[in-house]
Design a protein around this ligand. Sequence first.
Ligand SMILES: Nc1ncnc2c1ncn2[C@@H]1O[C@H](COP(=O)(O)OP(=O)(O)O)[C@@H](O)[C@H]1O
Ligand SMILES: [Mg+2]
Length: 260
Amino acid sequence: MIRTRPNGSNNVAGNEHPLVELSHVEKHFGKLHVLKDINLKVGKGEVLVVVGPSGSGKSTMCRTINRLETIDSGTIRIDGQLLPQEGKDLANLRAEVGMVFQQFNLFANKTILENVTLAPVKVRHMDKKEANDLGMDLLARVGVELQANKMPSQLSGGQQQRVAIARALAMKPKIMLFDEPTSALDPEMVNEVLEVMINLASEGMTMICVTHEMGFARKAADNIVFMADGRILEKGTPDEFFDHPKTDRARDFLSKILTH
Ligand SMILES: Nc1ncnc2c1ncn2[C@@H]1O[C@H](COP(=O)(O)OP(=O)(O)O)[C@@H](O)[C@H]1O
Ligand SMILES: [Mg+2]
């Protein structure tokens, strides 16, 4: 699919640094070697889809990018800046990376609008009125503006996940990470969430998406990364990956997920 990007480019332009760059990243959980020499560049406006069998390190890799997990060695840069170890610098850089998980984890005792405005008010010190306007805009963008004053439990799973996306966008992140955002949803709600993600992609958002939704991957991804056993085994366009996988591991994976 050809998408028009506001910046006119899907790739890392000649002298522009990648928005996300992982270089020789290694990570262990005790004796378990979960990330092995991960090298990855994601350009501004690029949509990268990460696929691979369960346990291959996809979630861990995402979590290292906003430092929910530390790494043993290697470097991670966001927009050219080394990911800080801790403190205010880390909080600032982390705010540039929006994350949406399988479990949407909205605050149960806050309204939908409050869920979206909380971080801009607390972290960005935005005034209430401005935050509410931003919140309503974002809720409209994901199609749940009519639910603004309801509590999360009154919304469907698909609606809650769309609120979680709006909440992440409220921090005006430079990049959005999605870790299996539709895996916990009833099947009839998957598409409404994918549509929001496809719209975001077409608006030029830089995105890293771990997903098993291969239709989405074909449609929205600029590049696909295939991980297995903590390594990136393949990276290519959707056509390259789906039609001409290079490794037995990827062929095996595709035969299992595409036959149903
Ligand atoms: N906090 C943790 N402590 C110990 N092991 C973990 C932890 N998180 C993940 N793992 C292990 O690391 C490996 C990679 O996990 P994960 O990144 O969740 O893979 P994926 O998202 O591809 O399914 C798995 O073997 C998993 O059991
Ligand atoms: Mg995972």
